[in-house]
Design a protein around this ligand. Sequence first.
Ligand code: GLU
Length: 314
Amino acid sequence: MSMNSVPLGSIVQEIAEEMKLAGDRGAVADYIPQLASVSPWHFGMAIVDMDGECHVAGDAQVPFSIQSITKVFALTMALGAVGDALWHRVGREPSGSAFNSIVQLEWERGIPRNPFINAGAIVVSDILLSHYEPAEVIGEFLQFMRMLTGDDSVAIDQIVARSERDTGFRNVALANYMRAFGNIHHPVDKTLGVYFHQCSLSMDCRQLARAGRFLMTGGRNPDTGLSVVTPQRARRILALMMTCGHYDGSGEFAHRVGLPGKSGVGGGILAIAPRIASIAVWSPGLNDRGNSQLGTLALERLVQRTGWSVFGPG
Ligand code: GLU
């Protein structure tokens, strides 16, 4: 469907109105106070199209903790640093288990299934740390996000980062376990220092949709015209988002929405309609797989009205 035939502004508004009436809003994450105290009544959506136009509705300009959505961007940086050698240390298959699961690591000798579960993202943090100190990696990551967004106000929430560290016992276990297999190369507290700060990035939907634009365009930053990644790498990152972007709910998300997407426990989802749009949606209540309840519903309605599913309209 051509962009011009889709009245995006009104579709986004309509969806936001419908979400106000939704009964089952899911449950907000409660493992840290900063997430537990967010109201489940928030809903925001932003769509940036190939012409650079941004359509927003609801709380699209309220910042939230993007959490695991950062795993897409950290992977992009790590691939830039070490290329396909990364795949010796992290797999590319859906896990079928929860985001913070440890069980598969024993069978698979410390090689996480994919970079979008916690274990895989911790290895990605460890890769980014090669030859650098945690503060430098976090600084580089923030610069990368600001460049992609075209907005220097994007920041890490230090209070969230501290809470992540104070409660991250499972992540500490995952990192130590992988270190025992030789798949974490730095002291665990340094690797996790990078990971916890990365998870604590705050963005609003508008900024997040802008940050995803390079995946919509086949790897190019529309602000500068410069390549962020090659078209092949953009395509492969999208493939991983489709197969692994929603933890053990990835099949369900593909079934309902049919777009490459990545969710976070803060209730955000970044979804990409290749060559059409970069979409960010946020509603903090989660379903039983840890993915935004209304965010998923909103994206399902969006693809029904636009025909944007990569599997075709319907
Ligand atoms: N900070 C969270 C954790 O590592 C991220 C989880 C997520 O967004 O899925 O537990």
